[in-house]
Structures are given as C-alpha cells and as structure tokens.
Design a protein around this ligand. Structure first.
Ligand code: FAD
Length: 382
C-alpha cells in the first residue's frame, strides 16, 4: 500500500532551494512568530504576486499556460522553504496546490487559458467548495445543486468552512448536477464559480484564534455560464478524489507547527544550560519529522509518476497531524514546568496560536476518523 522504495528529491529541484531562500530573505514582510505560525492561513496578496513574478508559482503547470513545467518535486522544495519560514502564503495556496493542477488536468482549453496564467502570476485566488452544513465527512451527500439551464446551470445551495472564500476570485465546488443525496457519488460534478456573480453571499466565520479565514458561502439561484463545468458531468467524485491526494500528500501536513519547533530550539540554544527534557523532546520530534518527510517525498514521487496515492496520503496526514498537535502539548508542558525560566515572546506567541488551532489540523482536509477508515479499507479490513 505504501511506497517502500526510498526516494530523494532530484538534484535539479533541490537546486531551487537557495533561490527561494534568497527570495524569502528579501521579500518576506517582518512578522512575529505568532503571525509566522499562521503561514498557510496567513493572507498577503502582494507576497503571492511577488512569488508569481519570481516564477515560484505554478511550478507543476505547463509553460504554455505560464507555469514552470518543473513538476511536483520543485514545488515540494518551494513549499518546504515557505512553510519553514512561516511565510504568509494562503492567498495563492489552494490555487497553486490543487485548483491549478485540477484545471490543467480536467479543464477545457478555454478554461486553462483563462485561469492558469493568472494563477501562475499570483493574481487569481481560488477556494475549495466541498463541505456543506450537513455534508462534511459524508461528502457524497452534498446537496448544493446545479440544474442544467440552457447552455449553463442554475446553482442553489450552501457551502461551509470555505477557507479564503472572502478573498478568493473563484471557487472549485463539488455539486449535484443530477439525482438526489441517496444517489451518493453518482450525479456529482465539479464547477468553477466566479465569486462575483449575482446571488452569491460570502459570510466570514471567526475561528478560535479570532481570525476570519473560513466562510459560509450561499448560492441563491446563481446563473453559471456554459464554461463553468470542470471535467465531465457526473465525474465529480473521481475528480475530487484526485484533488484530495494532492491536498493530503504535501509537506504542509507535517509543518503546521514548525515555527513553534524552531522557536523552542532557539530558546534552548540561548540558555547557558538547556533543559534536558526539552532537548530530548526536540530530538524525538526531529527524528519523527525526518521519517515523515521521507514519506512525503515518496508520495511526491508517486504523484510525479501520475499515480493517485489517496490511501498512503491518508496515512501521512494522520501521522503528520498527530505530530503537529503533540508539539503544542509538549511545549505547553515545558513552558509550565519551570516558570522561573520564562519563555521568550516568540515561543509564547507561536504556542498560543498553535494551541488554539491544533485541533483543526486533524479536521481540515478530512478528519482523522475518516482517514483511518480509508486506511482500513486499503488494507482490505472494511
Ligand atoms: C481549518 C479548517 C479549514 C477548512 N477548509 C475547508 C475548505 O476550504 N473547503 C471545504 O470544503 N471544507 C473545509 N473544511 C471543512 C472540513 O473538511 C470538514 O470540517 C471535515 O471534512 C469534517 O466535516 P464536518 O465538519 O461536517 O464534521 P462531521 O462530518 O460532522 O464529523 C464530526 C465528527 O464525527 C466524525 N465522523 C463523521 N463520520 C464518521 C464516520 N463515518 N466514522 C467515524 N467518525 C466519523 C468525524 O471524524 C468528526 O470527528 C475546513 C475545516 C477546517 C477545520
């Protein structure tokens, strides 16, 4: 089920690392550790545009659409560096990771030409419309309906938890184009929705950290044009599964707490006598990350070969998010264990944010229980 061969990042892609590090050193706005901890939840449209201008977006997309035509390992290197630095990358994140590759793979020529160049320039931002108020884990029960109407569709329904819908230009949504919720996967399609269309209401929702990053999006008889269908009508389920493997296999499933880990290491290095318990925990966390990174590289090799690592990426996301969450608990214990050695603001700021958000790490992109069900199915146990 899992790739057993040890893969490595090809030298040609590894060679990108100094360039993206230089870019970050030059262009990243000075932000404190609490803001750096947000990273793929942190919105900065200017930063994304500069990344696009420098050629760091759309690395997996064909050159004729403005992409880098470099493949998934080049993106892996860039993503790893951006996340490690805590760069604010949410503006382009979803477009670069999944909407772009989905449109390149399933879109019409007109759709590719319309969306991909703008997305590669960091000027077209996307969001993902899968979850609904009554359809989260049970995604096949989505009720948002696109009824064929003339040469297009009329769209009615509601999406929820839609990251960045309030900043995004477009949504790629999973909707029902025929049948009812009991038909499950049959009758589902993907559509590209221009979020400026009449009849769309985007209502930001506050998360526990006080940020507005996800939304409720309501569609009230929205008229979609003929070129809104992405891929084939009725093939939405298969298409979404291809997209979810991209969503779950990357290094972001390991690095949500990396700014906190770095702050912890810097704190311990600054002490004349580092706390031996902290040193042991840092060592254990480091060992875990090295193994998980190897798994993520293995999955990237599968994506690069055109395979769909849906189940192994569920394994990676489950173990990866477990480590991200454990770090917040470990640092809380370390900070609390010896109040006479007060932790620096970087540690406390990152810890406050990660502690509040870490429960979401194993919800977003599919919950832990759902992933474990998939793994059991992959092992022939269900
Ligand atoms: C930070 C964040 C960002 C998000 N961004 C987006 C986004 O951009 N776009 C989008 O579409 N969605 C997004 N989501 C939504 C996310 O995908 C859903 O929250 C998730 O899939 C769970 O769905 P739900 O919230 O409806 O919970 P439910 O499906 O109601 O689940 C509730 C609990 O029951 C458990 N459960 C449900 N079914 C089973 C089962 N069969 N077996 C065992 N346990 C089960 C779940 O594991 C969970 O613990 C985001 C969520 C978060 C937290």
């Amino acid at each position: 089920m899992f790739p057993l061969s040890i893969e490595r990042i090809p030298d040609v892609d590894e060679a990108l690392r100094p360039a993206i590090r230089d870019f970050i050193a030059r262009e990243m706005p000075p932000i404190d550790a609490a803001r750096r901890s947000r990273s793929w939840m942190g919105f900065d449209a200017d930063f994304s545009r500069k990344l696009g201008q420098a050629g760091f977006l759309g690395l997996t997309l064909p050159r004729r659409y403005g992409g880098g035509e470099r493949g998934y390992f080049a993106r892996f290197v860039v993503v790893e560096e951006l996340l490690s630095a805590g760069a604010p990358i949410s503006a382009h994140w979803i477009a670069d990771r999944q909407s772009g590759p989905q449109i390149a793979r399933f879109g019409t020529e007109t759709q590719r030409q319309r969306y991909l160049p703008a997305l590669c320039r960091g000027e077209a931002f996307f969001c993902i419309g899968m979850s609904e108020p009554d359809s989260g884990s049970d995604l096949a029960s989505v009720r948002t309906r696109a009824i064929p109407d003339g040469d297009g569709y009329r769209l009615t329904g509601r999406k929820i938890w839609t990251t960045n819908a309030h900043h995004a230009h477009y949504m790629v949504a999973l909707v029902r184009t025929s049948g009812g919720p009991d038909d499950r996967q049959a009758g589902l399609s993907q559509v590209i929705i221009d979020l400026t269309l009449p009849g769309i209401t985007v209502r930001p929702l506050l998360d526990l950290a006080g940020d507005e990053h996800f939304n409720e999006v309501t569609f009230d008889d929205v008229r979609l044009g003929p070129d809104s269908l992405l891929g084939q009508e009725g093939q939405g389920w298969a298409q979404v599964n291809a997209e979810l493997a991209l969503e779950r296999s990357g290094p972001e499933r390991l690095l949500s707490s990396i700014v906190l880990l770095d702050a912890l290491i810097a704190w311990q290095r600054s002490l004349a006598q580092p706390d031996p318990v902290a040193v042991a925990e840092i060592g254990a966390m480091h060992a875990r990350l090295i193994v998980l990174r190897s798994m993520s590289i293995g999955l990237t090799a599968m994506v690069e070969r055109g395979e769909n690592p849906l189940i192994p990426s569920a394994v990676l996301k489950d173990i990866g998010t477990h480590g991200e969450q454990a770090l917040a608990e470990i640092v809380t214990r370390l900070v609390g264990a010896d109040p006479t050695r007060s932790a620096p603001p970087d540690v406390l700021g990152a810890l406050a944010y990660i502690s509040q958000m870490s429960p979401t790490f194993s919800l977003r992109g599919g919950t832990r229980e759902i992933l474990r069900g998939m793994i059991a199915r992959g092992l022939g146990l269900r």
